[in-house]
Each structure stands twice: as C-alpha cells, then as structure tokens.
Design a protein around this ligand. Structure first.
Ligand SMILES: Nc1nc2c(ncn2[C@@H]2O[C@H](COP(=O)(O)OP(=O)(O)OP(=O)(O)O)[C@@H](O)[C@H]2O)c(=O)[nH]1
Ligand SMILES: [Mg+2]
Length: 332
C-alpha cells in the first residue's frame, strides 16, 4: 500500500473513530430529541402554527435555551417561507443545518498552545463538574501528541483532590506538582511554574478548587492565582477553561455567566454529555455566551474527551436518516 493510501486510510479510520465516540456519547440526547422530532413530523405532516409550537417545546425540553430556540424557530420560519416548504419532513435537513450554523460561529476551537514557550492552561468551574477528570484526559491527549506536560494540584481545599490528580498523573504518565492539603493554591501554582521552567515543559495544566458556597472567596482565590501566574509569565494563562456539567442544564449557563464576569474565560469544556438527554445545552451555551466550546466530555475514561466539532455533534444527534436527506437536498 502506498504511503498516501495508508495516510488516507488512517485519517479516515480516525474520523470514523471520532464519529462513533460522538454517536455513543450523545445517544441519550439522540434517542430522546430525535424521536420526539420524528414523532412530531409523523403526527403533523404539515407545517403550521401548532407544528412550530410543538417543535419549540421539544427544543426547550432538550435544553437548547429559550432565547436560542426563539431565534432558531424564526430562522426556520424564514426558510420555510422562502423555499415554500409545506411538508414537515422537508424541515429535517434545514433544522440540522440551522443548528450546525449556530454551533459553528466564527470561533476557533483549538487550544492556544505554541511551541517554544511554556503554555499555561488554568481550569476553573464549580465543584463536581469534572475539572480534575478533564485535566487527566487533556494531559493524556497532549502527551499522546508528543507534548511534555506537567500538572499543578491547585485544589488544596477538597479532601482527596490532590490524590485524585495524582492518580490521573500516574495513569497518563505525567508528573504532578503538589503541596499539602490546605496549602495556598497560588503557592502550588508558583512552584509548578518554576518546575515547568526548569524542565522546559511545554504545557502546564493547573487544577483549582470549585467551592461555590462562597462566591467571593472563590473569586479572590482565582484572582490571586492569576496574579501569581502573570507575574511569572505576563501573557499567561494562555487558556482559562471553564468546565460545565451538561447534566445541570440551564444552571450551567448561569455558571458560565458568573465566571465570565470575574475571569477571562477563553473556552468551555462541557462534560457529561453522555449522561444527559439534554445535549441541546451546547447550542444554548454556544449561542448565548460568545465563548467557544473547545471540548466535550463523553464519558469518564481517558479517551472520552473530544474536541468540539459542530458537524460531528449535529450528525451524531440527528443520525443517518437526517443526514441522507440533507445530502440529497444539497448534493454538493
Ligand atoms: N459520565 C461522565 N462523567 C464524568 C465526565 N467528566 C467527569 N465525570 C465524573 O464526574 C465526577 C466529578 O468529576 P471531577 O473531575 O472530580 O470534578 P471536579 O470539577 O474536579 O470536582 P471538584 O474537585 O469537587 O471541584 C467524577 O465521578 C467523574 O468521573 C464525563 O464527561 N462523563
Ligand atoms: Mg477536582
């Protein structure tokens, strides 16, 4: 087999692998959301006011968010009018196309990692959303891309948090800089930066505590961490990733607003999409927050972190039936 053929095959295997990860991870959303849309189309057949109202309800039920749903329905109405569509079945490819458009935006999903410098990624988010787990998965991903990674155990607050990060460190073969429980998180991160500098580390990923019961404390702590990082490396942190738990629905949107007010969040990681039928939250966050969703968590294992991709996401949700019709409608 020629080199190019092999390369092509390996790329297409990789694409198929990613597609199936998205499909598996989003099966709950697909089963509930698409079944409801299919049922509505079968029941109504024609597009009328009641059809839009029912569709609105299904979308809101999938956590797409009221504002986004209203926008989406407005877009659909325009398209239906313009293309003189009557049959409800013909709306399916348009619906998936519009959702893809909302998700694509102009944002760049890739991480701001540059070679030849120490890149610092800070993870923030309330407790239990999946920060530490995502750090483990991301460390694994970056390491398998050949990058030298170091972790900082900046959650000195929650019992067991340091050990949890160490377990991930061992699992993926990455070193962890830590202090004792209860130590100053900013001091841990300071030490981690010194260690990273001395080892020529490419990426330092910092964990933080997620206590929200005292919002002012949490924000003060994060501010102190920012100051320490910036004193050492003025243009860092290069990424501030806010982790949100998809199963918390509209609450996740509230958290995003809160963190956006207090820190310069550069990207969102939406975890536990595998555990919810309401994957529409991605659309709400993407549309209402103006912060790119950079990764999605589709399970608890180290391979279950995927770069967010609007097309893969929509394809995984709408499945083959929708897709085939779309290809027929746009045979480009
Ligand atoms: N199903 C599923 N579970 C996940 C995912 N991401 C994280 N989890 C689980 O969510 C739980 C909490 O994850 P942690 O990583 O400890 O969350 P955290 O934000 O670090 O929590 P604190 O340290 O308490 O602030 C763990 O049981 C993880 O295995 C995901 O994408 N899918
Ligand atoms: Mg944690």
């Amino acid at each position: 087999m020629s080199f190019f053929k092999k390369l092509k095959e390996s790329i297409s295997n990789k694409t198929a692998e990613v597609t199936s990860k998205f499909k598996d991870g989003l099966s709950k959303t697909r089963d509930s959301f698409v079944d409801k849309v299919e049922e509505l189309i079968l029941r109504k057949k024609k597009i009328d006011e009641e059809f839009y109202e029912d569709l609105e309800e299904i979308l809101i039920g999938a956590d797409v968010g009221v504002n986004t749903v209203l926008e989406l329905i407005e877009e659909l109405r325009k398209e239906v009018k313009q293309k003189k569509i009557e049959d409800a079945n013909d709306l399916k490819p348009i619906l998936s196309e519009k959702i893809t458009e909302l998700l694509e935006g102009e944002n760049n999903n890739s991480l701001n990692i540059q070679s030849g410098r120490l890149n610092i990624i800070l993870f923030v988010g309330v407790n239990g959303v999946g920060k530490t787990t995502t750090i483990g998965k991301l460390a694994h991903k970056l390491k398998s891309e050949g990058k030298q990674v170091l972790l900082a155990a900046g959650d000195t607050f929650r019992a067991g948090a340091i050990e949890q990060l160490e377990v991930w460190g061992e699992r993926v073969g990455v070193e962890v800089v830590k202090h004792q429980a209860g130590a100053d998180p900013a001091a841990v991160i300071y030490d981690a930066i010194q260690s990273a500098k001395s080892k020529n580390t490419e990426v330092l990923i910092c964990d933080t505590a997620g206590r929200l019961h005292n919002k002012v404390n949490l924000m003060n702590e994060l501010n102190k961490i920012f100051r320490v990082i910036q004193k050492e490396i003025p243009d860092a942190p290069h990424e501030v990733l806010l982790v949100l738990d998809a199963t918390t629905g509209q609450n996740a949107l509230q958290q995003a607003k809160l963190f956006k007010e207090t820190s310069d969040v550069t990207g969102i990681v939406l975890t536990k999409l595998d555990g919810t039928a309401k994957g529409g939250i991605v659309v709400a966050i993407r549309n209402e927050m103006n912060i790119p969703v950079k990764f999605v968590g589709l399970g608890e294992k180290m391979d279950d972190l995927q770069e967010f991709d609007a097309n893969q996401f929509v394809n995984a949700i709408f499945g083959q039936g929708f897709l085939e019709e779309e290809t027929e409608a746009n045979p480009s």
